[in-house]
Ligand binder design. Structure first.
Ligand code: FAD
Length: 465
């Protein structure tokens, strides 16, 4: 458990001269009257949207939440600090979006809408595997926009949540940074899909983070000018062993995966595993991880060119992710915390709102079989704070249990449930925690979610992730 969530940033901002707008005046930040302050806000942005449901973070979970809420008719805004939606799916180039269609059967209307929009762009955009979608990420980025447009979801990119507005025990908005300065976006319900639980943390909800035990961080890369035959002949462990002295940052070995429907290859690898622990929410450690990882990618490429004999001597680096892929940081503590045992035994819960399938996979540290298991509603709401739900990587789970549900299709599923719950609670005029779970379950079933999957062993698992 981290102590950092105890720091009340709202009070800090106030003490420093900035006022986070309170009840009734929540559309703009009030600039400080004190010119002495070291945190005076001089410019404010005006955001033209007044959403009922605000989804923060546009990765797999945020996409699921935004589509789930907007398709239900809620006035929904999705905000994202990068220039595009997709999160890890968009910057871990070439990776399969796992568990989107286990057994190649539809998982929900939300999952299917993303697939439908990808299919519009043909074979280059997507190929469906036994449970995964193999995507070209640049088609994915546009297909997500098409899906959001179809359900009438508004969205903003280059908009980063930097604080929360809390009134009593309830979150009522989020402070964002834009090119015109900060602004407050108020909402009746907020869904934290930042992966890092940023919103929950800013709002003072209890978060969990296992420092010293964090999963590795990885910058994925794309390569070309090599054939499948050459890749098969190259021995990566051998290359890594020979090259280690000259290129000390490289991992102990890696594999090249063919990018679906393309001629290039991608590498997902152990990243920072052997370089130390990096907390991606710490500005200094995050910088170290990003910079080390960029050096690591060049060293891996040079190692392949110089130490593979003839096999990979002409291999070319095409590009890397927009940022490193972060597997684990903070998770929000809910009334229930999912455990490793829940994943291994395929546990059922009465308040099931989603299920998670795939492997228990602490990236390049541990890979175990697990059973399909339920996610209870109590794992997607915080223990105390009202008005907030969370989805994806930051739901209430232990370090090991978090790794059991990290496949992107599962994140879309918890996002779908959280978005739908946000929309339904707004419509009923109640807090998300007051929503009758049976009503949410009925609504999920009506949107194609089978809530009786827990306990199943998955037969079709061929890819981890
Ligand atoms: C290296 C790596 C390899 C993986 N391999 C696979 C694989 O092969 N297949 C698979 O299915 N899964 C894989 N996973 C797991 C999977 O990608 C993640 O579990 C999943 O993406 C988590 O989804 P999310 O939406 O919760 O978070 P993310 O994908 O991290 O998305 C969070 C989004 O929120 C945005 N955001 C963050 N903070 C803020 C803020 N303060 N304000 C506004 N926006 C914000 C981010 O820019 C991002 O778009 C991998 C993960 C990693 C890191």
């Amino acid at each position: 458990m981290t102590k950092e969530n105890k720091v009340n940033r709202r009070r800090f901002l106030k003490a420093a001269g900035a006022t986070v707008a309170g009840a009734g005046a929540v559309s703009t930040l009030t600039p400080s009257a004190s010119a002495q302050s070291h945190l005076t806000i001089r410019k404010q942005a005006a955001i033209p949207y007044k959403p009922d449901v605000l989804v923060v973070g546009g990765g797999p979970a945020g996409i699921g939440a935004a589509l789930g809420a907007a398709a239900r008719g809620a006035n929904t805004l999705l905000i994202e600090h990068h220039a595009f939606f997709g999160g890890v799916a968009a910057w871990c180039l070439g990776m399969p979006i796992n568990q989107m269609r286990p057994g190649n059967k539809p998982r929900s209307e939300v999952h299917e809408l993303v697939l439908e929009k990808l299919r519009v762009y043909g074979d280059q955009a997507v190929r469906v595997g036994q449970h995964q979608l193999w995507c070209n990420v640049d088609y994915l980025k546009v297909a997500v926009l098409d899906a959001l447009d179809q359900v009438g979801c508004k969205y903003l990119v280059h908009t980063r949540a930097i604080d929360a507005v809390v009134e009593g025990d309830r979150i009522t908005g989020v402070v964002v940074a834009t090119k015109r300065g900060p602004a407050v976006i108020s909402a009746k319900a907020v869904v934290d899909c930042t992966g890092d639980a940023d919103v929950a943390y800013y709002a003072g909800a209890e978060t969990m983070k296992e420092l010293g035990n964090l999963s590795p961080i990885t910058l994925c890369l794309n390569l070309t000018n090599v054939t499948g035959e050459q890749v098969r002949k190259a021995n990566m462990r051998d290359i890594a062993r020979k090259a280690k002295k000259k290129y000390p940052l490289i991992p102990n070995g890696w594999g090249l995966g063919k990018v679906s429907n393309g001629s290039s290859f991608y590498i997902n690898h152990a990243g920072t595993r052997d370089l130390g622990q990096f907390d991606a929410t710490d500005p200094v450690q995050r910088t170290q991880a990003e910079c080390q990882s960029r050096r690591q990618v060049l060293q891996m490429t040079l190692a392949m060119r110089e130490f593979s004999g003839d096999h990979l001597k002409d291999i070319e680096l095409i590009g890397t992710g927009t940022q490193v892929g972060v597997r684990e940081t903070r998770r929000v503590k809910g009334p229930y915390v999912l455990t490793e045992e829940d994943a291994l035994t395929g546990r059922k819960f009465d308040d099931v709102i989603a299920w998670r399938s795939g492997f228990l996979d602490i990236g390049f540290v541990r890979l175990s079989k697990m059973k399909i298991h339920d996610v209870p509603y109590r794992a997607i709401i915080p223990q105390k704070l009202d008005g907030l739900l969370m989805a994806g990587r930051c739901i209430s789970a232990t370090h090991v249990a978090a790794s059991a549900g990290k496949s992107m299709g599962n994140c879309v599923a918890t996002g779908h449930a959280a978005g739908l719950a946000a929309a339904m609670s707004v419509k009923k005029g109640c807090m998300p925690r007051e929503l009758k779970v049976v009503d949410l379950q009925d609504a999920l079933r009506a949107e194609g979610v089978d809530l009786n999957r827990s306990g199943d062993e998955q037969k079709e698992l061929v890819n981890k992730g």
